[in-house]
Design a protein around this ligand. Structure first.
Ligand SMILES: [Zn+2]
Length: 247
């Protein structure tokens, strides 16, 4: 009886492993089959290889007139620099927030003009949207962005070609570091807790200053930066993160 049970347990274990393995690789394939190749070509980054305790904090979908200044205040309190992936439309409406980001040492990346669904666009349409967003950022900040975060995590060969042509590197995020902070009702403690539980050197942490739940994201930023400091982590922009990577 004991032996039968054990055999059964092993069979259970093996089928669970198989199921997990299949769904895991399925998930990665679902992102895009060329993801690894793009990482090797340094056109896309989702994590860097390093033993140094360093991570990049990134904020999407802003600038928002209320949430973004709250996030900026939290970063300022802890003397930390982050990268903001902004929407062209919101940049044009609130250039003063972009100027503050730049003055306080943050990096500004592109996230498309109005959070477009590129699945519905042809190549020329994606190119127009990306160019238009870069122009809005340049107008507000004086600089062309060098990072692009695809809205909704969309990836395609066409989009990657366009980024290459316009000197934009794709800043994806580290899969484990998506705390879903944008969901209404998710509290600051939950957001910071998710991030600290999954923390590893070289990660790109995704947060959302532009979502309606953004004030919780701002509070989470404060909690998180205290926790990161205690653990000896350095918080940097995307460009600084790349420099910390192994050559
Ligand atoms: Zn977004």
């Amino acid at each position: 009886m004991f032996i039968i049970l054990r055999k059964r347990n092993i069979a259970w274990f093996l089928s669970a492993m198989l199921f997990f393995g299949v769904s895991w690789s399925g998930y990665h394939l679902a992102m895009h089959p060329a993801m690894k190749k793009w990482q090797q070509e340094n056109i896309l980054v989702s994590k860097i290889d390093t033993e140094e305790k360093v991570v990049a904090l990134t904020y999407d979908d802003g600038p928002d007139p209320v949430n973004t200044p709250a996030v900026l205040d939290a970063l300022k309190k802890h003397k930390a620099q982050a990268t903001f992936f902004v929407l062209g439309k919101r940049v044009a409406a609130q250039p003063e927030i972009i100027k503050r980001m730049k003055a306080e040492g943050h990096e500004i990346g592109s996230h498309g003009y109005s959070h477009p669904d590129y699945n519905k666009y042809k190549k020329a349409g994606i190119a127009d949207d990306i160019i238009r967003t870069s122009e809005a950022i340049r107008k507000a900040s004086g600089d062309n962005p060098s990072w692009f975060r695809p809205p909704g995590g969309y990836l395609s060969y066409d989009m990657v070609d366009i980024c290459r042509e316009h000197n934009l590197t794709i800043a994806y995020w580290t899969y484990q570091q998506d705390s879903k902070d944008w969901r209404n009702g998710v509290g600051a403690g939950q957001i910071a807790g998710h991030i600290t539980r999954h923390l590893e050197p070289g990660q790109i942490i995704v947060l959302h200053d532009g979502a309606p739940n953004g004030l919780q994201t701002a509070k989470a930023t404060d909690l998180l930066l205290s926790a990161l400091k205690k653990q000896g982590y350095r918080v940097v922009t995307m460009s600084e993160l790349i420099k910390a990577g192994k050559q």
